[in-house]
Design a protein around this ligand. Structure first.
Ligand code: NAD
Length: 323
């Protein structure tokens, strides 16, 4: 298991796991792939590199299965895996509630300035200047992507008494009576809060850019817990400086693969764009932790173990295969 943190291990070191585990803190890449020698499978996470070179090395060392302990598989070269006869499986759903609730957490913290109030009170400063929020009740929330997470987020925000506008090429019947499907332009124009819950594809890359920013309601709150590439960060910084964006909540960042999940507190920050983002008082960034609940980690381990067992028994229909 590559990129393994102590908290991952807790959920795999359970009596129900019949597999011999080798826990490695290092990520999977061309240099570390050799460590898989003698293993039937590798288990990877979002920032592990599973490109052609890595897959060829795994194949040479008789690894037959890549068991992803995440939903996305954009880090795997599926064509090469297919050519080399390596099976790839994943965990498509773990907890939509975890991510949706984190997005709501960002909304509430930004709106009521909870991050700033926390610091003030620690400084013995109980003044309220600059901390004023707004009632969520009656506000319009735009949700882009109404799959499992987007629909869960929309339902929670509906519970606050918000008007919900949504956009997705596919209608989700779970939102009947809760949300209205509209074109993106209407989402941009009407929403006080916009939350992104669609995958990163060539179509959605930089969905938030200079142009869409001009269409957004001045002072809009923008939330992204999906993938960093949905937002053009430089354009967003201009939007924050001009006041077009009033609040920004991020759990993902375009260049997050070299940073997130690691303790870099002893290093000098090299990314000037990210550094600029951290200077705004109306920006909250969390390091890809929206999924990080006990329930989600339990489910990830459970499905990954089941996938490995199904593969071992040759019962590929029971494994959640990518291909
Ligand atoms: P899902 O597949 O259930 O839903 C995605 C939805 O986006 C689908 O309904 C799809 O039709 C829609 N979509 C696709 N292209 C679109 C477009 N151009 N415009 C609008 N909608 C579009 O996925 P999900 O489980 O709800 O996950 C949503 C995203 O959340 C994932 O893509 C992933 O990137 C992200 N995610 C983040 C974390 C985290 O910890 N921050 C954890 C899990 C997932």
């Amino acid at each position: 298991m590559f990129s393994c943190k102590p908290y991952d291990r807790t959920f795999f070191d359970v009596p129900g796991n019949p597999h011999d585990m080798l826990y490695l803190e290092t990520g999977l890449n061309e240099t570390t792939a050799l460590l898989a020698e003698g293993s039937g499978a590798v288990c990877c996470f979002v920032n592990d590199i599973v490109d052609t070179a890595v897959l060829e090395c795994l194949h040479e060392h008789h690894v037959q299965l890549v068991a992803l302990r995440c939903a996305g598989y954009n880090n795997v070269n599926l064509d090469s895996a297919r050519r080399l006869g390596i099976t790839v499986c994943r965990v498509p759903v773990y907890s939509p509630h975890a991510v949706a609730e984190h997005a709501v957490g960002l909304v509430l913290a930004l709106n009521r300035n909870i991050h700033r109030a926390f610091n003030r009170v620690r400084e013995n400063d109980y003044s309220l200047n600059g901390l004023m929020g707004f009632d969520l009740h009656g506000k319009t929330v735009g949700v882009v992507g109404t799959g499992k997470i987007g629909a869960t987020f929309a339902r929670i925000m509906h519970g606050f008494g918000c008007r919900i506008l949504v956009h997705d090429p596919f209608l989700n019947p779970a939102l009947d009576g809760i949300a209205r499907y509209v074109e993106l332009d209407e989402i941009w124009r009407e929403s006080d809060i916009v939350s992104l819950h669609c995958p990163l594809t060539p179509d959605t890359h930089h969905l938030i850019n200079e142009r869409s920013l001009r269409s957004l309601k001045p002072g809009v709150m923008l939330i992204n817990t999906s993938r960093g590439g949905l937002i053009d960060t430089r354009a967003t910084i201009h939007g924050l400086k001009s006041g077009r964006i009033g609040y920004l909540g991020l759990d993902v960042y375009e260049e997050d693969s070299d940073m997130f999940f690691e303790n870099l507190s002893h290093e000098v920050m090299q990314d000037d764009v990210f550094a600029r983002l951290t200077t705004f008082r109306n920006v909250i960034i969390t390091g890809h932790q929206a999924f990080f609940t006990r329930e989600a980690l339990e489910r990830i381990a459970e499905v990954t173990i089941t996938n490995c067992s199904a593969f071992e028994k040759g019962d590929l229909d029971s494994a959640v295969r990518v291909m």
